[in-house]
Design a protein around this ligand. Sequence first.
Ligand code: ZN
Length: 384
Amino acid sequence: MRFEFATAGRILFGPGSLRDVGAMANGLGQRALVVCGSNSSRAEPLLSAVEAAGLKCHVFETSGEPTIAHITNGVNRVREFGCDVVIGFGGGSVIDSAKAIAGLATNPGDILNYLEVIGKGKPLTIPALTCVAIPTTAGTGAEVTRNAVLASPDHHVKVSLRSPFLLPRVAVVDPELTYELPPALTASTGLDALTQLIEPYVSIRANPITDAFCVEGMSRAAKSLQRAFDHGEDRAAREGMALASLLGGLALANSGLGAVHGFAAPIGGMFAAPHGAICAALLPHVMKMNVRALRERMTAGDALLRYDRVAALLTGKREVGARDGINWVTALCDALRVPGLRTYGVTENDFATLVEKAAQASSMKANPIALTNEELTEILQAAW
Ligand SMILES: [Zn+2]
């Protein structure tokens, strides 16, 4: 057995933990670029706490998924203001923007030098600026991952900037920040979190540390997601999903993902669909296909037993098998009104391109079994 485990330098978790940010920020630096969504008034309590700790704040608003041009703009702001800290306050896209800006601000030259696929893919060689990540959704786990997904509208793709230097110095996960998420966003982000607990658990790179996180996270998500969707004000359910999301981030950053995320990258690059919604549409169908392929031709490993364990964790019952887990996820997706991929403009004519790109995606390499192009096409058809 060989593995590595790395995460944020500190993790603060709990309702009200945003109020501890002031004390935590004291000593982190002098000037902060605060990256947030387009409604920066939501960040007021954060700004007051950080300014009370003696840091000067510059607000940098983002909207939608981060583009290369926008990140370059953020890096320029950091240099212009002389910021030594970057704080991300928002959903996964905002957190990824903050991580990318912090990483690129210290590394010289064009951003394309450091991007995979469309650039030179050179590693970052200089540690990032201090980055503090504060998620306001419960889904991506981006506060504890070491990549940032950036869109290149010119190339119609999404690419990752990857480096251990992108792990934030501090992650602050406050479930109170998610109390007002609308049901549709609770569903898509929550199903992304669930996917990010199931995929690392059955991944060929699973390790005992991430297994423990996945087991805990799956049972929390199973008890909390439907409740958070039906009753957004339910504190226990929101806390359960915030923790499930964090645990999913810890797991995926160290054990990889699988076919759902292998597809999510090219679909997200070609269509204007939120990441969580794409994962939600694919999850039950990928589980079904993986189990079928494993039954047909698994030669080694314990992935099928792991799918049985997933079923037990999700249903809360002992005498169940992989099939029951798939049925449970299918029923949850129906109850959470997850639309098919055609909703986002995907047509059957796109299947061949999507399969070709997904087969090359880095997440696909961690899938518990190599799927054929025919099997990948069947998944798209089922999720369509
Ligand atoms: Zn995801």
